[in-house]
Design a protein around this ligand. Structure first.
Ligand SMILES: [Zn+2]
Length: 408
């Protein structure tokens, strides 16, 4: 079993050790007799840093990942093999201190936050997840309000401000059962490591923690979402909280500049803009409807009847499919004997063929024929059919050919 130095001192960033075994495949790695490197476990992600041979102090190799093995060892995976190192060699390990400090801030913040949810609302934490840029806890509760989130955040930050001592101690399982821990692990271990935030939280945990809650610096709760068995609450602590607030502020500032508004007026401005868009969209629809009606009337007036029918053949360069459909509807409703063969070449080439109810042709068949020459997809019914075309070239010719094939 590897002697875990971090159990007793989370602020130990340098240590000496003896090599227990050397791994070569699939990745180079080292098992030491003792280590200050924290392996990924209990929701907390592993440390990084470097290991160097004591004899050859110049050769330093990066530790990229640290994992627990089932038999109680800690494996340090290395970026490259460490030269001339074999079982029994002396090495020196160095932890990436800023990453470790960040992990301590996040993990201790989690304990404070989980305890705050229990104290205020009797909501237990069922799991903890630490990612590279945020953390989350899963709460066992059927509901969670914004008010509860903000209250827990406030209490957590009060505990930070009070700078309470965080003690680490080891007890037997029997002792632990009498202490009323917030969380008792299911493992059948004889000895439990307790993290004691003075007069606030006592729980069993193997993670690395701050020595005083003031070192957490700040706790900021962010997204909360319903998950299968409760609610997931994301949070950031310490420098992460500052970095996140900085990013939020930059985003908000950029958005506010778009509205030429104060950042606190952004929601109101955004709402106003969305309302405007909605109303403009409505106005546009109405205008298009009126335009289509007027255009249909003009077309029907200018086109002469042939055998009692009016054949409208038009290619537009600046209308969309919706307008073509609208125009086709107007033409075939305003006249009881209209046949409309409409096309547009831009922004997206499309065809709409329509006839007034009772006319004898088959618009779907006519469109299908046009599509075989143009290439594209479409369909419809006897009275109205539509299709999109990949290439606008040949649209006008296809329309003329379709008109030609109708015997009026
Ligand atoms: Zn913990």
């Amino acid at each position: 079993m590897t002697d875990r130095l971090y159990y007793h001192d989370s602020f130990l960033y340098d240590f000496d050790a003896e090599v227990h075994s050397v791994l070569e495949t699939p990745r180079p790695g080292l098992v030491l007799d003792r280590t200050a490197f924290y392996p990924t476990s209990g929701g907390q992600i592993h440390d990084t840093g470097s290991i160097a041979g004591v004899e050859d102090a110049g050769a330093k190799v990066r530790v990229t990942e640290v994992v627990d093995t089932e038999d109680g060892h800690v494996v340090h995976y290395l970026e490259a093999p460490l030269k001339d190192i074999k079982p029994g060699s002396r090495v020196r390990g160095e932890i990436d201190a800023s990453r470790r400090r960040d992990h301590m801030q996040q993990h201790s913040a989690q304990h404070v936050l989980s305890a705050a949810f229990v104290r205020l609302f009797n909501i237990p934490t069922v799991s903890f997840h630490m990612a590279d840029d945020y953390c989350s806890i899963d709460l066992d509760t059927p509901s969670l309000t914004q008010n509860q989130i903000e209250s827990a955040e406030r209490l957590a930050n009060e505990i930070v401000l009070e700078n309470r001592v965080v003690d680490i101690r080891f007890v037997t399982r029997d002792e632990a059962e009498k202490l009323g821990l917030r969380k008792l692990p299911p493992a059948e271990r004889d000895q439990l490591r307790l993290v004691d935030i003075r007069d606030f939280d006592l729980t069993a945990c193997g993670g690395t923690h701050v020595a005083h809650t003031g070192q957490i610096a700040s706790v900021l709760l962010r997204k909360s979402e319903k998950v299968r068995h409760g609610y997931r609450v994301e949070f950031v602590a310490g420098q992460r909280a500052v970095a996140t607030a900085r990013r939020d502020f930059s985003t908000l500032t950029e958005t506010a500049a778009l509205f030429s508004a104060n950042i606190y007026d952004v929601p109101q401005q955004a709402r106003k803009s969305l309302d405007e868009i909605k109303s403009l969209r409505k106005q546009r629809e109405q205008s298009l409807e009126e335009l289509a009606a007027a255009q249909a009337e003009a077309l029907l007036a200018e086109i002469p009847e042939k055998n009692g029918r009016k054949l409208v053949v038009r290619t537009f360069s600046d209308r969309d499919l919706n307008f073509l459909k609208l125009l086709a509807q107007k033409l075939t409703r305003q006249s009881s004997a209209a046949v409309a063969l409409l096309a547009t070449t831009s922004p997206q080439a499309a065809l709409v063929f329509a006839q007034s109810p009772g006319q004898p042709y088959d618009m779907a068949a006519l469109l299908k024929q046009a599509m075989t020459t143009l290439g594209g997809r479409g369909g419809g019914s006897k009275d109205i059919a539509q299709g999109g075309v990949q290439n606008s070239e040949g649209v006008a010719a296809a329309l003329a050919a379709a008109a030609e094939s109708l015997t009026l």
